[in-house]
Write a protein that binds this ligand. Structure first.
Ligand code: TMP
Ligand code: ASP
Length: 235
């Protein structure tokens, strides 16, 4: 049962529960982009994201990756373990798209020779600037050994997710993960949804992720529903 609201973000809210160390994460219908500058409410998005995230966390746990996921409860609620979150986003890229194209002048769609991991400081007001391990250590955001573990886990997640998506004809272009500490150990937290991934249909190149909202390419819930259905998730 949900108790007090602990934190509310752009796409999710966190509530305490009557069990110590367990939280309820609620997926909202809000869609935001460009660090909150673009905003809309899309009915059904919270439900879709909760189901997709639960699906991925279950598969990752089955592959031996430690996550905060406990279980899905109701349409848009997920029971999770409380973590001490780090203000660092880990992005994995298989194909160039988005900010790396702007930063390095790369053409969208360039296949990278191996997966690339990047770190960003989680701060909307600053526009989530790119950082490195030294910034994390110097400013106390995360220890070097924790960053090393996060990058390694992110590569493991990339392998598991890329295989699952490729099996249903979807290319995992890039994605963002957030991690936290539980009893001193790095655990995968946050969410894994098309809000934080780039997913392209392998045959047509069609975008099946939040770029549809960012770039006004059509209905967002329709493409999220398509991703869920192709993965065999019952909505
Ligand atoms: P980027 O191209 O904007 O750096 O984003 C790379 C991937 O990470 C893309 O799938 C979107 C995701 N991402 C988020 O979900 N939230 C963020 O704050 C950032 C920086 C990236
Ligand atoms: N941090 C950004 C936001 O949600 C990511 C994006 O542009 O999608 O506002």
């Amino acid at each position: 049962m949900k108790k007090a609201l602990k934190y509310e973000g752009k796409g999710k809210a966190l509530f305490s529960t009557d069990v110590e160390g367990e939280l309820i994460q609620v997926f909202k219908d809000d869609a935001t982009a460009f660090d909150g500058k673009k905003h809309d409410v899309i009915t059904g998005k919270g439900h879709l994201n909760c189901a997709i995230s639960s699906f991925f966390f279950e598969k990752l746990q089955a592959a031996g990756i430690k996550t905060h996921y406990i279980q899905q409860e109701g349409d848009n609620e997920m029971r999770i373990q409380a973590l001490k979150m780090m203000p660092v986003e880990v992005v994995v890229r298989n194909i160039a798209a988005g900010s790396i194209c702007r930063r390095l002048g790369l053409e969208e769609g360039l296949r990278l020779q191996r997966p690339l991991t990047e770190l960003f400081y989680k701060d909307d007001a600053l526009g989530d600037p790119m950082i490195n391990t030294e910034h994390c250590e110097l400013f106390g955001w995360a220890k070097a050994e924790d960053i090393h573990a996060m990058r390694q886990l992110a590569r493991d997640v990339n392998r598991v997710m890329s295989d699952m998506l490729e099996a249903v004809g979807i290319r995992l272009v890039d994605f963002k993960l957030e991690f936290g500490l539980r009893h001193g150990e790095i655990v995968l937290g946050d969410e894994i949804t098309p809000d934080g991934c780039r997913l392209w249909d392998i045959e047509s190149g069609r975008k099946l992720d939040k770029d549809v909202f960012r770039q006004d390419l059509g209905g967002l819930s329709e493409v999220y529903h398509e991703v869920a259905t192709r993965l065999g998730i019952n909505i």
